[in-house]
Design a protein around this ligand. Structure first.
Ligand SMILES: [Zn+2]
Length: 263
């Protein structure tokens, strides 16, 4: 696996000529995730899933290059919390289209947009970028992770993970809860405030429909707490399992769509 920003240009030419290159573009956001998790949670998670998916794709014959993460996105639901930054959807769409065009120009024409942030407008902007690039016929593009198509999100993030949850109410786990806290404890523990986790009560009594459908803002439905579920149910061990299974899921979704590369 190569990191695109860390290699020199001749290596990119070689990659393009191999005919087996697949670029993963992680996308996150700067958004509150409770008092215990960093604002960059979704970017770091997308990067962790990219690392976990890559070996499976390499085994299938692809050469993987991970592009620098897009760390900004559309984050309207949590905008009342200090530090949450939001782009207009059009800004995000343009950025992804322009990155995709540039990659295609250099013969890197398989692009996987791996998104770690659930927000309807954000996911739609990525879908629109995918469609624009597809119409231009310069590249093949897939949206995985949190995707506009709910079936893709389920296949990437929900399949085969339910048994790992320790929460008494796994259906009420969400943003900043057991799953995200576990992934953070496994993949970037130095950014987790463990002392604060001990003080966080379970937040199961919230408007689940409003949370899922994004009809109300996070501040009002979490009473300013910024997390949904129970961060105390999280563990690094659960995080390891979630990252492992979701990475494999993501690779499977890509292979289901594109199959193996021609040699
Ligand atoms: Zn998140």
């Amino acid at each position: 696996m190569l990191e695109l920003a860390k290699i020199p240009f001749p290596e990119v030419a070689r990659l393009a000529e191999s005919g087996k290159a697949l670029v993963i573009l992680p996308v996150g956001v700067v958004e509150e995730h409770g008092a215990h998790l960093p604002l960059g949670m979704d970017s770091f998670a997308a990067e962790a899933y990219a690392l976990s998916a890559a070996p499976h794709l390499e085994e299938a014959g692809y050469e993987i290059a991970v592009a620098p993460t897009i760390n900004y996105g559309v984050a309207r639901a949590a905008i009342d919390f200090p530090g949450t930054l939001s782009l207009e959807p059009e800004t995000l769409r343009s950025m992804v289209v322009e990155i995709g065009r540039s990659l295609a120009r250099h013969g890197l024409s398989r692009l996987v947009i791996l998104n770690g942030h659930r927000d309807k407008y954000h996911m739609k902007a990525l879908e629109d970028a995918k469609n624009t690039l597809a119409e231009e016929k310069g590249s093949q593009v897939l949206c995985v992770g949190f995707a506009h198509e709910d079936e893709i999100t389920a296949a990437c993030y929900r399949d085969g993970v339910k048994q790992f949850y320790k929460s008494p109410q796994p259906d009420r786990e969400g943003h900043g809860g057991e799953s995200e806290t576990s992934v953070a404890l496994h993949s970037f523990p130095e950014m987790v405030n463990r002392d604060i986790i001990k003080t966080l009560d379970a937040n199961f009594d919230y408007d689940v429909e409003a949370f899922r459908n994004e009809t109300k803002d996070y501040w009002s439905i979490s009473s300013g707490r910024g997390y949904f579920g129970w961060p105390q149910a999280a563990s690094a061990e659960t995080g390891k399992q979630l990252v492992t299974v979701r990475g494999r899921n993501i690779a499977n979704v890509i292979l289901r769509e594109w199959g193996f590369p021609q040699s």
